[in-house]
Design a protein around this ligand. Structure first.
Ligand code: FES
Ligand code: MG
Length: 568
């Protein structure tokens, strides 16, 4: 994008004029159409701040977006600019088929195109739910227009019969208890209305919260912006500030998204005990800037980075607790020796300046000191081996330690449908030791890499009191889930990875100590199975076809090949 500072027509509404062969006429037409909306000449010569509006009746996590946009507009106007909001696709986890991940890249493409095509000097991206934040940042990096991120913020916890509830981890916990017969039908129905009761994103350290923390670390929003509750007045003040900040913003995403910034985000992800999904999203965001998330480097960092945040799904608290305990500033201060402190944010401030001098308040219930961590090592590890030549991920902070070194025979489910059909059969041939495998659920599959990696404990074992088993797949799991679950196996089964050739009864060996994941089947047997294998047919048309032709594997962020920066 060119930026001609001496030419007023290259700013505000004069930016990116349509080409009718007569540039002056194109601008004249634009001004007269803008005037038809009642803007004064004064308004139309101001710098324009675009605001991405992702409010949708299909997105409960974004129900406060209209209020946030009002506040952003206030901030822009108080600073002398003209705010212009415009819609893009909005994605909310439970409302999309086959799954929200299948559409993350579509939202990124839509957002990039609209930010690039429409005349704006900078943009405020208002998102929140899991896939929206990475989609918007991928778009901002590719469009390379000065950008500020604003998230809707976490929901507040509800009170229910003496306990607190705030969506997903509690949804899963209650559902697991219902499946095991521990919670009655009447009670599960009552809890349905008590699990999520305010605006905002899931109230635990799930994917939405993790991504918000990473985006703040990367420098695309103020540190408080990561965690202020959706319904708190601070959230509106942060929105107003986003508007002020976007006015006159010159720093481009490509200037702050450096490999050091990406490494900082990886550190924070580990210290948070954050969502596994964030690794896929971070790889996709980095890929837009020509950078890679190196899984071997993740393993190294994981051994040096303690988990310091005690939130569900791995710990006890909720996002509001993290916020009021000191939030990102307190966490970053604690791990400052592990960070690249010279990285810059959109204000041009270094990370050292943003963290401050250590005089902040911190509540040690939720943000631990280095001497007393939740865990001395990081929340996530990458595994490699004959079942996952290009890597797989385990969230060890949410796993059962006694299952870290585990060798057993496996039960293979060929698809999400096969899993749904057989998992609760009384004759399913499994014990608590069995390794359960789900395949054909990666980015290339018809399922589109859903959050199905958290395979339910078979009903007959759940009733017998089994709480965790080793489970593995080429798909993802919700950032709010827990268990000994190996995810993102690459290459996936549909890409012809070794996972495609695993069969029920094969022996599998998992070693967290050695960071290995192996399929213990001899090469001749695998070759025979490979000879009989074929991938599914390419979908005939539309988005599904484009995804199938272009989607990359999990270590590359499951982005579309033609949307990555060249040379990654
Ligand atoms: Fe939107 Fe959980 S469903 S953040
Ligand atoms: Mg989620």
């Amino acid at each position: 994008m060119t930026d001609d500072t001496n030419n007023p027509a290259a700013h505000g509404l004069g930016r990116n004029a349509a080409n009718y062969g007569d540039r002056e006429f194109a601008l004249y037409l634009r001004r007269s159409f803008a005037a038809s909306m009642g803007y004064s000449k004064d308004a139309l010569t101001r710098p324009v701040v675009g605001i991405v509006d992702t409010a949708s009746d299909f997105n409960n996590c974004h129900r406060s977006v209209p209020d946030l946009i009002e506040a952003v507009k206030r901030g822009v106007m108080l600073s002398g600019g003209l705010p212009m909001a415009f819609p893009t696709i909005s994605l909310c986890e439970p409302f999309l088929t086959p799954c929200s991940m299948h559409y993350r890249n579509l939202m990124a493409l839509d957002t990039e195109a609209m930010v690039s095509a429409q005349p704006m000097d900078s943009v405020v991206l208002v998102g929140g739910c899991d896939k929206t934040v990475p989609a918007q940042l991928m778009a901002a990096v590719s469009a390379d227009v000065p950008a500020v991120m604003l998230v809707t913020g976490p929901m507040s916890a509800n009170r229910y019969q003496g306990e607190r509830l705030a969506a997903c981890t509690d949804c899963r916990r209650y559902w697991a208890r219902y499946r095991s017969g521990d919670v009655s039908e009447a009670r599960i129905n009552e809890v349905e209305n008590a699990l999520a009761v305010t605006a905002g994103t899931c109230g635990v350290m799930g994917t939405a919260s993790t991504m918000a923390c990473l985006v703040a670390t990367l420098g695309f929003m103020p540190l408080e912006g990561a965690s202020a509750p959706a319904v708190h007045a601070d959230r509106l003040r942060i929105a107003e500030e986003a508007g002020r900040l976007a006015m006159g913003l010159k720093v481009r995403p490509s200037e702050i998204l450096t490999i050091e910034a990406v490494e900082n985000a990886m550190r924070v992800l580990l210290a948070l005990g954050g969502s596994t999904n964030a690794l896929v999203h971070l790889a996709a965001i980095a890929g837009r800037a020509g950078l890679r998330v190196d899984l071997k480097r993740l393993d190294q960092m994981s051994d040096e980075t303690p988990v310091l945040v005690d939130l569900k799904p791995t710990g006890e608290g909720y996002m509001e607790d993290f916020h009021f305990a000191g939030g990102m500033r307190a966490l970053l201060w604690e791990i400052r020796d592990l960070l690249h402190l010279e990285t810059k944010d959109v204000y041009g401030r270094t990370l050292a300046e943003r963290i401050g001098d250590g005089t902040h308040f911190v509540d040690r219930t939720y943000i631990k000191a280095r001497e007393k961590p939740v865990s001395p090592v990081g929340g996530l590890v990458a595994l490699f081996g004959s079942l996952a030549p290009d890597g797989a991920i385990l969230k060890r902070s949410a796993a059962t330690e006694s299952l870290f070194e585990h060798e057993a025979t496996c039960m293979v489910f060929d698809s999400v449908e096969d899993l749904a059909e057989r998992i609760d059969r009384d004759d399913l041939d499994v014990t608590a030791d069995t390794i359960m495998i789900l395949k054909n659920a990666g980015p290339l599959s018809a399922a589109g890499m859903p959050e199905a990696g958290y395979l339910p404990i078979p009903k007959k074992l759940a009733r017998a009191g089994v709480k965790d088993m080793v489970r593995m797949s080429d798909c993802r799991m919700s950032g709010t889930a827990f268990g000994t679950v190996v995810l993102h196996i690459a290459p996936e089964a549909q890409a012809g990875g070794p996972l495609a050739f695993a069969e029920t009864g094969d022996r599998i060996r998992l070693s967290v100590k050695k960071r290995s994941l192996d399929l213990l089947v001899d090469e001749a047997t695998l070759a025979a199975r490979r000879a009989k294998w074929s991938a599914r047919a390419t979908p005939k048309r539309g988005w599904d076809r484009l995804v199938h032709e272009q989607v990359l594997q999990a270590p590359d962020g499951a982005d579309l090949r033609f949307l990555r920066a060249e040379g990654v």
